[in-house]
Design a protein around this ligand. Structure first.
Ligand code: FES
Length: 104
């Protein structure tokens, strides 16, 4: 399975996706209703969006809400697990890093 979006006109199933846009660190990122915020970021080509205390990159690890590797600030709420949070049009995601002192 690919994390990349298939354009509706190229999808052999003929789905009718409802597009949405979230903002990630000030950059608009497209998605579709039904995706989690983690899948919106993965489809945008992002492999990580948090920095661990050791300096290592963190993104999706378990994908089921157990590991907390995918946390970010969503609409001013810190430590939201992006793999569990459905994307909503207009969501504002801010990445977190313990190295820069903004939460995690
Ligand atoms: S990837 Fe493990 S909690 Fe989200």
């Amino acid at each position: 399975m690919s994390p990349h979006l298939i354009r509706p006109e190229a999808d052999p199933v003929g789905r009718a996706d409802r597009p949405l846009t979230v903002t990630v660190d000030g950059t608009p990122v497209p998605g579709v209703h039904g995706q989690t915020l983690a899948t919106v970021l993965l489809a945008d080509g992002r492999t990580h969006w948090r920095t661990a205390p050791t300096g290592g990159p963190r993104g999706v690890f378990c994908g089921i809400g157990v590991c907390f590797d995918c946390v970010a600030t969503v609409n001013d709420v810190p430590d939201v697990r992006l793999c569990r949070r459905p994307a909503r049009d207009g969501d504002v995601v801010t990445t977190q890093s313990r190295l820069t002192g903004n939460a995690q």
